[in-house]
Design a protein around this ligand. Structure first.
Ligand code: URA
Length: 243
């Protein structure tokens, strides 16, 4: 978010707004290593501000949201095709971004935050964060294929992936489709669709129901809530070797 330079300096607790203005006009403030004397210059979180020779420490408030993503939204910060983007669903002025991605047509649980450290931790495969998906798959898989996937896994784009759990929830013989619950640590793009594609089946509907210990309880499609402190701490505790 862009803000006026004197406001950013004042908000950091360095000095008052009036003093900040004085420092700026006296040429004591550098933005990205250039002296800025213009009051009202706009800066973002990405700009480095130096006041009286010292880098300004800016405390950006961390925000954490759990969103029930509807279909028809992309998980990105902008889209060249003008499609709707998931951050539009969340009422905040902070620049937040999704932790990983769900496809345009996928629904379900996604976390959004401006906490890069937590985001990296959750996406790093060694931390073993489990994601649970409910996939409607067609045609119905051969039982041998299902068992191969369950017991041995499958190679997708040259890399082996094995579900941590997988079960058939129901079958619709008329439509030649079945609902499969699949749990993965793996976080590659389109991974669920690609897994079933290896067996000649298509994922016609996909919903992420769980992310680590978090679920969608109490939320309607398009709805969201903030994570509480306990949940954020619990997510941080997923880091391996941190216990
Ligand atoms: N796997 C997929 O194929 N799509 C998603 O949106 C998430 C996981």
């Amino acid at each position: 978010m862009e803000e006026r330079l004197q406001k950013v300096i004042a908000n950091s607790g360095y000095t008052s707004r009036r003093k900040a203005e004085e420092l700026i006009t006296k040429g004591k403030v550098l933005v990205n290593n250039k002296v800025v004397k213009e009051l009202g210059t706009k800066v973002t979180d990405a700009d480095e501000i130096i006041v009286n020779g010292v880098t300004l420490e800016r405390e950006v408030k961390k925000e954490y949201y759990l969103l029930y993503k509807p279909a028809g939204y992309i998980c990105s910060l902008s889209d060249e095709h003008n499609r709707k983007i998931i951050t539009e669903l969340i009422d905040t002025k902070t620049r937040i971004y999704p932790v990983g991605r769900l496809d345009y047509d996928t629904t379900g649980l996604i976390i959004l935050t401006n906490d890069g450290e937590l985001s990296n931790l959750l996406m790093h495969p060694t931390n073993g964060v489990e994601k649970v998906y409910r996939a409607t798959v067609s045609p119905i898989m051969k039982i041998e294929d299902f068992l191969t996937l369950k017991n041995k896994g499958v190679t997708v784009n040259g890399r082996k992936v094995k579900p941590s759990r997988i079960k058939i929830k129901s079958k619709n013989e008329n439509k030649n489709s079945e609902i499969i619950e699949i749990s993965l640590i793996e976080g590659r793009n389109h991974i669920v669709k690609n897994i079933f594609k290896e067996f000649g089946s298509e994922v016609i509907k996909l919903k992420r129901e769980r992310y680590a210990f978090l679920n969608l309880d109490g939320l309607a499609e398009g709805g969201y809530r903030e994570l509480n402190l306990k949940e954020v701490k619990k997510l941080y505790s997923l880091k391996k070797n941190s216990k």
